[in-house]
Structure formats: C-alpha cells, structure tokens
Design a protein around this ligand. Structure first.
Ligand code: VG1
Ligand code: CO
Length: 542
C-alpha cells in the first residue's frame, strides 16, 4: 500500500451553500471531483494529520463509494482515526453526537438531505467542526478558497474496506472504527426523555405512524419507537434506507409526505404522526386531523419542554431563523428568557448554543433541535412531542388550540418557486432591494409596509457579520413577507416566499391557512411583480 499524489483540479463552483456542497450526483462522480473538495477541506483545517474524524451519510446513491474515497484520503493525509457508521450510514444528528462524545476534531456528512437521491439526482458533502455542528461561515469561506487553488490530492492505494462488520481495523497507520449508527444516539435520547412515561402512553393504546421516507432514520425509529418504547410493529413506515429513497423526495412536508397527511385527515388517523428527511435532521409533526407547522412546533416545544427530564430546569433561551414565524418569540417573552433571530441554516445556531445563550432552536423548514447536539434533530423533536403528550395526555389538536388561545396564532406558509432561471430570480431580488427605501408607507392588497430591510446578522458571540440573508417586509398589524433564494438547490434558483400573519382574535384561530394569508400572499406577489416568472402557482406550499 502506498500513498499516491494525483494531479487534479481545481474544479469550479465548489462553494458550500446553506448546508455543505450540493450538486448533481454525476458531478460528484466526475474523476477527482469529490477528492479535490475533500483535499480542500483538509487543507483548510490545517491538514488531517493526527486527527480523529467521524464519517457517515444518509445512504443515498454514491454514499458507499464516497466513503471509501474519504477513508483512503484520510489515511494518506495522516489522520489518526476515522469513526464510521456501519454500512456507511449515520444520520446527521448522530454524526453530531459522535463528534461530541468521542471528542473528534470534526466530521464529514454525506447527504443532500431532503433533495432526492440517485445517479440523476443529488449528492452532498458537508464538514462539521469539533462542537458537532456545521462549519461556520469563516471556515466554509476558507474551504471555498482552497477549492479554487487545489491542484492535487493524496490517496492511499488500497482495496476497499469492509464497512459491514463492527469493530476496529487499520488502513496504513490510521485506525478505522466501524460503529453501530443507532446505539450512542439512542442512549442520548434515553437520557433526555422519560421513556417509561412514553412506554405507558403506547401501552395504553396510543397510536402513531412515523414515515422514515426510505431514508436514514428508518433504523433509528425502529429501534427507539418500536424497540424501546413499545409502539406497535408497523408504526414505522418506509423504514429501510434505499439509495433513491423509493424514488421520492425525502422531504417531510405536506407535499412530499402527502400520504401521511392524507392518513391523519382520514377516519383511520392515528393519534400522532411524524416524518423525517433524508439525513434525519428534519421533522414533520401531525396529529389526528391536524398538521403542525414547524414554526408552531418550535413554539409549543419551547412552552412545554420543561415537562421532559432533559429540560426540567427550563430553557436558557430560544433561537429561530429569520423566516421562521415569530410564534416562539412570544413564548420566550412569557417565559422571561432570551430570543434570537439568525440567518437561515443551522450553522448560525452553533455559537448561541455553545455560549449557553439558547437551549432550543428551530427553522420553518422543519428543523428543530436543542443543545444536546449541534444539528437539528428529527427524531429528537418527535420524542420531545411524545414526552409532552405522555405528560399532558392532550391530543395534538387540543395542544395547539390551547397554545393559540394563550399566545395567538401565526398563520404561516412558505411558497417555493423551483428551477427559476438564475438571472430572473436574481433580478427579482435586485429589484426588491433597489426599492427598499421606497416601500415603507406603500400599500399592497390593503396592507401597508411599515418596515423592510435586507436582513443582516451580527453574531452576538463572535461578532461576525452575515449580509444579504433575505429581504423582509413588515406590514402594519404584524403580518410579514420574506423573500430568499435557496442555498441548497442544484438546478437554477429556488425562490422562497415566506408568509405570516398573527391572529389574536379567539374567533378566528381555526381558519384555512392559505385563506387567512390571502392578503399577504397577494401583497407579496404585487410588490415583487411575481407574474414575471410566468408561474400559475408555487411548486411547493408548506
Ligand atoms: C434549506 C432550509 C434551511 C435549512 C437548509 C438545510 O435551505 O430553508 O432552513 O437549514 O435547507 O436543511 P435553503 O437555503 O434551501 O433555503 V437540510 O435538512 O437540507 O440539511
Ligand atoms: Co436534512
């Protein structure tokens, strides 16, 4: 076995987005592509020499092949140890947990998350740092800079490793430890939640369906929900991870998880239902006859987290991404704790969590998490909900009704326009930006703009600044519209329009969301001259 230095690169466009580098799988499969990106990561962190790293992915097409490359390159770059999920599988929160528990220098997550998988779909690679969270912007910028000059990579000339058998083996001078992907994660969940109470809930006939969407949380959900908590066999649907997620989008929202939504709206509805995404960091929460928006879920969890043992002492504070509804802010105010508004992407929560300023974080895109790891965590959110339901014995619908009655309801929806020609999407955003000083005082669809800006974030912990994080409009009366371009898509641009309206009138808390938001939707369309995209309706409404 020898170390070879191969001349390759640089490749254009290896710029990490909201959550790592995401491209078409075939792009990642180009000779030298993933290798040069990885070499750029190693170069940007001062080399892999002597380091321990965690690696695993969501099992999508090219997962296994990429892991073999990563292991051989880590060995050639002098890494001391690689901790690998069995069969190359690890959910994103499980990677985060392993990095923290094993005090690793960082980790590599192979996933394009909620994007579809397969040779003609998407692949992704993300670097996480020693706190277990996604690399902050300073590091991703350094990685990008390295990708622009990298001209060779180092790789061990060795046969592929067997990733099926647990235990340690060697690759050159490096140790490779294959670990059970579920065990450590399940142990952490058992510390945070009252498994006995949840077991009693299920034993009493409480029914649930969890759709793993043919993605990585299948084995986790089977082991925890059916194995440890006694939910009846068959509770976990689509539990076997497949390379193309059964041909679907592993995105837990009302569009891509429609069968589950249809189920809870039918006569056969279980008491509780949930779904998670490709890499297991997102969650969707449903109850009999109700879909809980991720923004509402964050607010309800913040209001009730103290009912779970891991949060019994209360919360330090709550953070949400800027487009996420303000529902959680009002809970934080009632609790007398801090609340923070960050740009989109979990990497912005890391400093707040490390500094002990917040305990819970959430994003409107179905991400919820806490300081137990430094990623959002789908199954964790589901277990916290279960723990709260086990304590209160309320139905999801009654929980929501009580919450809205106390705090008011933020009607909330996101409209996505996908595969928009990049120039058109940029033009629309530029036009909005150009008029930011003119908009205040103007009225659209009966709503008067009271304030607007291009969101900029000053990190209160390290003082770093992030500009142009989404254009937001506040209307008189408290409604809000936010415009942002996605940083995870791989085809053209995805325009996201986030729409929100606070309702405190007790007689109007149970209306249809799109109807309640109609004026905000119309105003957003008029002010952005949305017609120019030539689209009759959004591709995805969440
Ligand atoms: C989207 C979501 C964002 C989330 C990111 C990664 O980013 O909006 O909230 O953090 O995906 O989630 P964007 O830039 O496309 O809006 V995941 O589960 O794809 O890692
Ligand atoms: Co994800």
């Amino acid at each position: 076995m020898t170390v070879r230095t191969i001349q390759a690169g640089p490749f254009e466009g290896q710029k990490p987005g909201t959550s790592g580098l995401r491209k078409k799988t075939r792009v990642f499969m180009e000779p030298g592509y993933v290798e040069c990106f990885l070499q750029a990561i190693f170069n940007s962190i001062g080399g892999a020499e002597g380091k321990t790293l965690v690696v695993g992915g969501d099992g999508r097409y090219f997962n296994r092949e990429a892991i073999q490359i990563i292991l051989k390159m880590a060995a050639a770059n002098g890494a001391a140890k690689m901790i690998v999920g069995q069969d190359g599988l690890l959910s994103t929160p499980a990677v985060s947990n392993l990095i923290r528990q094993r005090k690793a220098a960082g980790g590599l997550v192979l996933s394009a998350s909620h994007n579809p998988g397969g040779i003609d779909e998407d692949f992704g690679l993300k670097y996480n740092v020693s706190n277990g969270g996604p690399a902050p912007e300073g590091i991703t910028e350094e990685i990008f800079a390295q990708t622009q000059t990298v001209s060779s990579y180092r790789i061990f000339d060795a046969p592929d490793l067997d990733l099926t058998a647990l235990g340690a083996s060697g690759l050159g001078g490096m140790t490779v430890e294959i670990v059970d992907p579920v065990a450590d994660y399940a142990a952490l969940m058992e510390q945070l939640f009252d498994f006995g109470k949840i077991r009693d809930l299920f034993a009493g006939g409480f029914t649930m369906r969890f759709d793993a969407m043919h993605a990585v949380t299948g084995p986790y959900a089977k082991a925890i929900l059916e194995g440890k908590l006694g939910a009846e066999p068959g509770t976990v649907l689509n539990a076997v991870p497949s390379v193309d997620f059964g041909g679907g989008h592993p995105d837990p929202n009302p569009v891509w998880a429609k069968p589950l939504v249809d189920l809870v709206m039918s006569d056969q509805a279980p008491d509780f239902a949930a779904a998670s995404d490709g890499d297991g960091d997102r969650n969707m929460i449903l109850g009999k006859g109700i879909y809980v928006t991720p923004s509402d879920s964050l607010a309800v969890l913040a209001a009730n987290a103290h009912l779970a043992p891991g949060y019994a002492k209360g919360l330090a504070g709550v953070a949400r991404s800027m487009p996420t509804s303000t529902a959680a802010d009002r809970v934080a105010e009632a609790l007398g704790i801090g609340h923070y508004e960050t740009p989109t992407g979990w990497k912005f929560f890391g400093n707040l969590l490390d500094a002990g300023k917040v305990t819970l974080c959430g994003e409107e895109s179905a991400g919820t998490g806490s300081d137990h790891v430094r990623e959002k965590d789908g199954l964790w959110a589901v277990l916290l909900w279960l723990n709260i339901l086990a304590e209160t014995r309320l139905s999801v619908k009654d929980m929501m009704a009580a919450h809205w009655q106390r705090y008011g309801r933020n009607y909330y929806s996101r409209h996505d326009y996908e595969a928009v020609p990049t120039d058109d999407a940029n033009q629309l955003m530029d036009d909005l930006r150009a008029k930011l000083t003119e908009f205040p005082g103007m009225t659209f669809a009966g709503l008067t703009v009271s304030a607007c800006d291009d969101f900029a974030y000053l990190d209160p912990v390290d003082g770093s600044k992030s500009l142009k994080q989404g254009i937001r409009f506040l209307f008189e009366g408290g409604a809000r519209a936010v415009f942002r371009l996605s940083g995870t898509g791989t085809v053209g641009a995805t325009l996201r329009i986030y729409l929100e309206k606070l309702e405190t009138d007790a007689a109007k808390l149970f209306e249809n969301t799109q109807a309640a938001l109609a004026p905000v939707i119309q105003a957003a369309g008029e002010m952005s001259e949305l017609d120019r995209l030539g689209r009759a309706e959004p591709d995805v409404i969440t």
